[in-house]
Design a protein around this ligand. Structure first.
Ligand code: ARG
Ligand code: ZN
Length: 871
């Protein structure tokens, strides 16, 4: 059943209030829901009331307190229809029963390590009670939660706590929560369990005292402090930067260990994958701290971009997700190094969104149709969605952007909005017509921008021609509005250029082809294009390595300094993969430039320098090549380049690594500067090991032995994991023995081994699947072992004998019976199969067809398999 944007129609009924009474029980939880229903003035007058359900058991049904005759309604596990509801407001009382222990889909009400919790986005509320489970139905909820006091001493709901008490004559107690803000059902949540917590108070700019709490497994309270601090910093930042204050008396975050996604922004009660809450220096890496900060912020920011202003329908998902990713990116940039964070954002986009946009699963940021909405929580909706907001800001300027955001929030507060409503706020504020810009939401595919530069030595002019195309789009496809932040760099440094078509350094390309000519240019310049990655595009321009390395040396734009070295590396690896030749043309020049860079800047900005040393990933190289891909050829060309660079840089890396060593006795801090020093040291360690594996192994083992942070211990292990031998196996075993009781740490251990690019890895994964810490029922475990294998081990996943595809395909089929969302997500690893060379292409297609042909598949997996094969 395909659902289409063009078929949107308001609901024929509205539900103003929901009163829920939830009696938690391991196998038979019972819900009584009282729904205040009324006909929608904007709907069809005489219409049946069709409520959604999913695997529900109806126990009883009353209308205005009276039982209904059997012929008045039809109830199945997947729906409840009242054939002729009253043409006036009425009260529907529904009693349903669900089994949270048997709920392995982790949607609706389920138990995770004994804790009752819920996940309702996108369509999980219908697994709790029958409802109009669509985001444009906004209701005020009151929730009474009852449970055994022993099993669930903590009972949390949306909104503000209003009452707690005992259930006389039983071992049970209850809590009542009231959420005054109308919300869609996907934001509903409850939690019940034995949980420890940390808390503090935050006073908003409006003078409201808010009790903040982070709830975790008892005994892990200390590991929740960083998340709690991140909540407070997020609240302060959203007031300062977006003028958004919090609107309830409590804000709670709960960590659970079985969770399909990263986290969920339920009103006043965010529920998190514990991986994105728990942190201690001994168990969490710097990357974990950064992710926790970013995801805490993301979910908190949803309180306005998503909750106060929600989505009319699921086609508008980017309205809340793209915007909220943009907001969390800005937050992290303010908390850390903006340039370093921006490079990280672009790496994520290129690693995940570009391949998606180039393959059969490509879709517009606002999809036009879907069969299973949970398959559209994609890098395109999230990450490209965020880039569209960023482009809008670049086009209209900072202050107009802020005014437009204020207007968007005030004009749409308490409503379910659309992308059009979002753009209208900025159009009204600036007086600009944004209809053309809106095409970004409609068109899939990464635009290609072809640029050519012409220097006229006599006229002293420099002409830039810029042309846009979109792969797969016809020649008559409308051009997009593309902000091109640009500048020119001369042989000795940046040029101070002005042009009537440049506003704040941004040239707007809104035709298929355009250009601009600069006057008074004394010598041939190098163009610095798409500064700070001003648009999510691929850029093609014929520049020599020497010209690109001029940008590395002299550009004022940090992103393009990094990018220029990346482009040179990409060219070298692509040519090396094509020719298979031992010598790589240009490798020495790149190594020299990186050596000079390290000398000048590694001590000053180690985080940036660490990124400079990281070559484009094998996946990124594959994406650039685009067709007839041989992952082994890419791997070996990339390794040769790394060896060349490592040999050239080795001595200075050893010395800088020592100079950046943690001062003895220094206490741990997860701040960006400390993390940046660790990042450089560990990037250096990895390269030293490439130049000299024996020395590298010794250094890695020393580092593992002396590490005071998980970042350093894990980096030592990761370096060692690429050096086959006794030492590697011994350290892997020792690490596992040290962390038997720490599943989140063992996830890192699974991931390191899943990524080893050796023939033995499939057998190793087989052994790890039988490890006591592994579990097919926990999404984090599956992602760490099988997910990492499919995404971060291109040579082994794409083995020509098909064993890698078979491993992932088997896992998808096994998983689909329990948890279709996770199975479908894993299956997306096959998305680029058509771009492979013929032998692998046939093997990958065979694995995909094997899945598609299996019986009893979920809609989730059928959808991904079908689109992967069709595209
Ligand atoms: N809204 C959540 C976020 O913060 C994602 C939840 C998605 N869940 C799902 N089952 N599709 O991004
Ligand atoms: Zn989100």
């Amino acid at each position: 059943p395909t659902i289409r944007l063009q078929d949107y129609r308001p609901s024929d009924h509205l539900i103003d209030t929901v009163d829920l009474d939830i009696r938690l029980d391991r196998q038979a939880s019972r819900m009584t829901a009282v729904l205040a229903v009324r006909p929608n003035p904007a709907g069809v007058p005489i219409a049946p009331l069709v409520l959604d359900g999913d695997e529900l058991t109806l126990l009883s049904l009353r209308l205005d307190g009276e039982p209904l005759p059997a012929e008045a309604y039809t109830a199945t596990p997947s729906g409840l229809t009242l054939h002729a509801p009253p043409q006036r407001p009425f009260r529907l009382t529904l009693e349903t029963q669900v089994d949270p222990t048997a709920n392995t889909k982790l949607m609706g009400l389920y138990r995770s390590s004994g804790v009752y919790c819920t996940q309702c986005e996108a369509d999980g509320f219908r697994r709790i009670t029958y409802f109009l489970d669509r985001p444009d139905i906004l209701s005020v909820y009151t929730t009474r939660i009852e449970a055994s006091r022993d099993e669930a001493p903590v009972l949390l709901g949306n909104g503000n706590p209003v009452e707690t008490g005992e259930v006389p004559g039983t071992d049970r107690h209850y809590a009542i929560w009231q959420d005054p803000h109308p919300k869609p059902a996907y934001l509903f949540a409850i939690v019940g369990g034995r949980l420890g917590h940390v808390g503090r108070s935050f006073t908003t700019s409006e003078g409201r005292a808010v009790a903040l709490g982070v709830y975790v497994e008892p005994g892990k309270e200390a590991r929740a402090e960083y998340a709690l601090d991140a909540v407070a910093r997020s609240m302060a930042w959203d007031e300062l930067v977006f003028g958004r204050a919090y609107d309830l008396d409590v804000f709670n975050v709960v960590a659970v260990s079985d969770f399909n996604m990263g986290a969920m922004e339920n009103k006043g009660l965010n529920i998190f994958n514990d991986k994105y809450v728990l942190a201690s220096p001994e168990t969490a890496t710097d990357a974990d701290y950064a992710n926790i900060e970013a995801i805490i912020a993301h979910e908190y920011f949803h309180n306005w971009s998503g909750n106060r202003v929600t989505c009319r329908d699921w086609f508008q998902l980017c309205l809340k997700e793209g915007l909220t990713v943009f907001r969390d990116q800005e937050f992290s940039s303010d908390m850390r190094s903006r340039a370093v964070h921006r490079i990280g954002e672009v790496r994520t986009l290129r690693a995940r969104q570009f391949p998606e946009d180039a393959g059969p699963l490509a879709h517009p940021v606002r999809p036009k149709q879907y069969a299973e909405i949970n398959n559209f929580y994609t890098a395109t909706v999230y990450e490209k969605g965020a880039e569209i907001v960023r482009m809008l800001k670049a086009l209209i300027g900072d202050s107009a952007f802020r005014k437009g955001m204020d207007r968007y929030f005030s004009d749409n507060d308490g409503t379910a909005a659309t992308v059009e409503d979002f753009l209208q706020a900025f159009a009204t504020e600036t007086g600009r017509d944004l209809a053309h810009f809106a095409q970004w939401y409609e068109r899939p595919g990464t635009p290609r921008i072809a640029v050519s530069g012409h220097y006229d030595a006599t006229a002293k002019t420099y002409r830039l021609n810029i042309r846009q195309t979109r792969p797969g789009a016809g020649a008559d496809a409308p051009p997009l509005v593309i902000p091109v932040a640009l500048g020119l760099v001369g042989p000795d440094g940046p040029l101070d250029v002005t042009h009537e078509r440049l506003r704040d350094g941004v040239f707007v390309l809104d035709e298929a082809e355009d250009g601009l000519t600069f006057e008074n240019i004394a010598a041939p310049p190098v163009p610095s294009l798409f500064r700070d990655f001003s648009a999510p595009v691929r850029v093609e321009i014929a520049l020599s390595d020497a010209e690109r390395l001029t940008l590395l040396r002299h550009d004022t734009d940090a992103f393009n300094r990094w990018e220029s070295a990346q482009r040179v590396a990409l060219r070298i690896v692509i040519e090396g993969a094509r020719s298979g030749s031992e010598t790589l043309d240009g490798a020495a020049g790149l190594a020299d430039a990186l050596a000079a860079f390290v000398d000048q800047e590694a001590l000053r900005d180690p985080a940036f320098a660490a990124l400079m040393l990281a070559l484009p990933s094998e996946g990124e190289v594959a994406g650039e090549i685009g067709a007839n891909i041989d992952p082994d050829a890419i791997f070996s060309a990339r390794r040769r380049l790394r060896q060349g660079i490592a040999a050239r840089l080795r001595d200075r890396l050893v010395s800088v690594r020592d100079r950046l060593a943690e001062p003895a006795g220094a206490s741990f801090s997860p701040d960006a500067a400390s993390a940046g020093r660790r990042a450089f040291r560990n990037a250096a360690l990895d390269l030293i090991a490439v130049a000299d594996p024996e020395h590298g192994a010794t250094l890695a083992r020393e580092q593992i032995a002396s590490a005071t942070t998980m970042t350093d211990r894990l980096a030592g292990l990761a370096t060692l994991s690429l050096i086959p031998g006794e030492a590697r196996e011994a350290e892997l075993a020792a690490f596992a023995a040290l962390y038997t009781a720490e599943p989140l740490v063992l996830d890192k251990w699974f991931a390191i081994q899943a990524a080893i690019p050796e023939d033995d890895t499939i057998a190793r994964i087989g052994r790890l699947q039988r490890h006591p810490a592994f579990s097919m029922t926990n999404p984090n475990r599956v992602r760490s072992l099988i997910g990492v294998f499919s995404l971060a081990n291109p040579t082994q996943f794409n083995r020509p004998d098909g064993a890698g595809y078979a491993l992932v395909a088997e896992t998808v089929l096994a998983l689909d019976k329990r948890n279709p969302q996770i199975a479908a997500r894993l299956l997306t690893a096959f998305g680029s199969w058509r771009q492979l060379e013929p032998v692998r292409r046939v093997a990958a297609e065979g694995a995909l067809r094997g899945i598609a042909g299996a019986g009893g598949l979920s809609r989730d997996v059928v959808d991904i398999a079908g689109r992967s094969l069709a595209g």
